[in-house]
Write a protein that binds this ligand. Structure first.
Ligand code: IPM
Ligand code: MG
Length: 356
């Protein structure tokens, strides 16, 4: 089979880690008889520098005409002073909206080989955790009405949170479907003691829960959820939450794995075309040094194979190769213990390819 992949390398370490993942894709393609045809498109700061805007139309068209999209990371200090509509981050929101990627899947699991990197107390870390955050990605305050106006105290700015029943229903279904294939538990996180959108969220999630008899549905307020994640992360299976809460909690969840450089993510719509990217950012401080951890992007490519192309065996092979490299004690700088030796981006990629 031939698969057309749009590559959005982006900024900072983006190009290095995407190139690593592409090498892994080509290797797995060779082994299993697939062709992955990768076409690069500009996004983020790189696009601003080249054509003056963070998300050129060419890029959107290229993604819409691809079978799936692999993204590195966008942004960096060079573009931080640009107005909001021209910032590299705007490209991320733009591509999510253009592709209708309403679901964002962010797994956060503790790798047994990396238990020591977990910042939580030994007694908490030892029980391990494996959480799938299902974040709503095209609604809420990120996409609501915003602007400036004259208020009681003079100039004021506002952003609004809005959720329709339809948007909540469809993300809730994704969460319950996901839980059915995992631990049969959905924790729905909101702020229903204050926000009207959260009250509609909670009511709607429970209506959908009725359709999934074997799946437990628990509500949790977002402030409590932030505490529970560090106190007892093992209680979570699938978390479903709004765009903004999901943004915040997924960073917290990734941090407690101790290895943000290892976490992939998938953004999906109702088609098979998705956008796959590491959870971490563009890390401008280490860009170009060849020391970035390519694993999150390699695992994102594996998620693409599994979710967009239904190539489960190929995805398994990549994930197993990563596990095997880690179990063999191989580390990149970010996950190496103090004073221990570590591999460059290219060396780690080679080691993973060797184990496919
Ligand atoms: C993320 C990022 C983005 C978001 C930013 C860069 C716009 O933090 O993907 O989590 O808030 O969604
Ligand atoms: Mg974020």
């Amino acid at each position: 089979m031939n698969y057309n992949i749009a590559l959005l390398r982006g900024d900072g370490i983006g190009p290095e880690i995407v190139d690593s993942a592409v090498r892994v894709l080509h290797a797995i393609g060779q082994k299993y008889g697939h062709s992955f045809i990768c076409t690069p498109y500009l996004i983020g700061g790189a696009a601003i520098d080249a054509v003056g805007e963070p998300l050129p139309k060419d890029t959107v068209d290229g993604c819409l005409n691809s079978d799936s999209v692999l993204l590195g990371a966008v942004g960096g200090p060079k573009w931080d002073t640009l107005p909001g509509s021209l910032r590299p981050e705007k490209a991320l929101l733009g591509i999510r909206a253009a592709l209708g990627l309403f679901t964002n899947l962010r797994p956060a699991r503790l790798y047994p080989a990396l238990k020591d990197a977990c910042p939580l107390r030994e007694s908490v870390a030892s029980s391990g955790f494996d959480i799938m955050i299902v974040r709503e990605l095209t609604g809420g305050i990120y996409f609501g009405d915003r602007g400036y106006r004259e208020g009681k105290y003079g100039e004021e700015a506002y952003d609004t949170e809005c959720y329709s029943r339809f948007e909540i229903e469809r993300i809730a279904r994704v969460a319950f479907e996901t839980a059915k294939k995992r631990g049969n538990k959905v924790t729905s996180i909101d702020k229903a003691n204050v926000l009207e959108t959260s009250r509609l969220w909670r009511r709607t999630v429970h209506e959908i829960a009725e359709e999934y008899e074997g799946v437990e549905c628990v509500d949790m307020l977002v402030d409590n959820a932030a505490m529970q994640l560090v106190k007892n992360p093992a209680q979570f299976d699938v978390i479903v939450t709004s765009n903004m809460f999901g943004d915040i909690l997924s960073d917290e969840a990734s941090q407690i794995t101790g290895s943000i450089g290892m976490l992939p993510s998938a953004s999906r719509n109702e088609t098979s075309r998705g956008l796959y990217e590491p959870i971490h950012g563009s890390a401008p401080d280490i860009a170009g040094k060849g020391i970035a951890n390519p694993i999150a992007t390699i695992l994102s490519a594996a998620m693409m194979l599994r979710h967009s192309f239904s190539l489960a065996a190929e995805a398994d092979a990549i994930e197993n190769a990563v596990d095997s490299a880690l179990n063999a004690g191989l580390r990149t700088a970010d996950i190496a213990e103090k004073g221990a030796s570590w591999l460059s981006t290219t060396e780690m990629t080679d080691e993973i390819i060797k184990r496919l």
